[in-house]
Design a binder for this molecule. Structure first.
Ligand SMILES: *[C@@H]1O[C@H](CO)[C@@H](O)[C@H](O)[C@H]1NC(C)=O
Ligand SMILES: *[C@@H]1O[C@H](CO)[C@@H](O)[C@H](O)[C@H]1NC(C)=O
Length: 307
């Protein structure tokens, strides 16, 4: 009974916050993001999961929420490499965006030398560290994922590069296991993934298997969250296409898509597609809610315009 009540409470919280998640407020709170230069983002970093803990540890339940709220984002920085890092103003913009988050997945890292990522890392506040994936892709064109994280906010416990024996993925998911420092007994398995647009339905269809793999790798007590540019909308993998393919993440109510199908996660004026997503296993909400109080917030950021 208690469990059921907790579930209901967590879902209500989820809904309340989702409704309240006025994108304008989110961005205004963290300062204007007008950019005098060409904006560097292909897609804007757009979601924030905030886990607010209290009673679990028996510690002071009224601890300020900001210290117990973890901001997680995913950012596809189109063709991130030396050329982008040498454009005036662009690295500073990227730095500003990354530093809004406690943990952020960066996608489309192309620079084979690794210098662009190191350069970016040197610009960030000293509390940030990063972990980077293999160079991934079937052909000559390869991308890397990187997770930047604040060491005063989370501990990096592990990471995992999916191997994909059946070659289902162009860019195999890359996962990290982090433990928020201000919330006891919570381990988040963040599964970063950038889908190949033309295979997006097929690739998204395999993500439930990846969640299983990651739980075998990291332990059954972790809370998996899939995040990244899943290309999960418009001509690639909109809801209709995913349903027709019987996609597990879409049809199984154990998964919660924090970013709705009607959200525009792209920066270009001519496109309005919810390519970038954050998918929780409902257990993330339920299990964590039983222990602490979890509020999951989806706050889309306002379009980051150039000019
Ligand atoms: C709990 O935190 C509040 C706000 O910081 C503080 O006023 C209060 O004294 C704390 N209570 C305990 C028992 O530590
Ligand atoms: C839905 O997903 C959960 C979690 O992976 C799984 O335990 C359950 O069996 C799935 N339900 C169906 C109907 O496939």
């Amino acid at each position: 009974m208690i469990r059921i009540v907790s579930q209901i409470v967590s879902l209500v919280l989820l809904m309340v916050i989702l409704t309240e998640g006025n994108p304008q407020q989110v961005i205004d709170a963290s300062g204007q993001c007008h950019c005098p230069c060409e904006c560097s983002a292909q897609h804007r970093p757009l979601f924030q999961v905030s886990a607010r803990g209290s009673a679990a540890t028996g510690r002071n339940a009224s601890t300020s929420t900001s210290s117990r709220r973890l901001k997680i984002g995913a950012f596809n920085i189109k063709t991130f490499g030396r050329s982008k890092m040498s454009k005036p103003g662009v690295p500073q913009r990227i730095k500003q965006i990354i530093e809004r988050y406690d943990v952020i997945l960066v996608q489309e890292i192309l620079d084979r030398s690794g210098e662009s990522v190191r350069q970016l890392h040197r610009m960030l506040s000293r509390t940030y560290e990063f972990v980077i994936s293999d160079r991934l892709g079937r052909g000559r064109y390869k991308e890397q994922y990187a997770f930047f994280y604040r060491t005063d906010r989370v501990s990096l416990l592990n990471f995992h590069q999916s191997t994909d024996r059946e070659d289902a993925f162009e860019r195999e998911p890359f996962s990290v296991l982090v433990a928020p420092k201000q919330i006891n007994n919570v381990k988040l398995a963040l599964i970063g993934f950038h889908a190949k647009p033309t295979d997006a339905v097929k690739e998204i269809g395999r993500l439930a298997d990846v969640i299983g793999e990651v739980r075998r790798q990291f332990g059954a007590d972790v809370e998996p969250i899939v995040l990244g540019d899943l290309n999960a909308d418009c001509d690639y993998a909109d809801r209709r296409r995913r349903l027709r393919a019987g996609d597990a993440l879409t049809t199984n109510t154990s998964y919660v898509w924090l970013i709705g199908d009607d959200v525009d996660t792209t920066t270009r004026d001519s496109t309005s597609c919810a390519y970038d997503r954050c998918v929780l296993w409902l257990l993330v909400v339920v299990v964590v809610a039983v222990v602490v109080v979890v509020v999951v917030m989806c706050g889309g950021l306002r379009r980051e315009r150039s000019g």
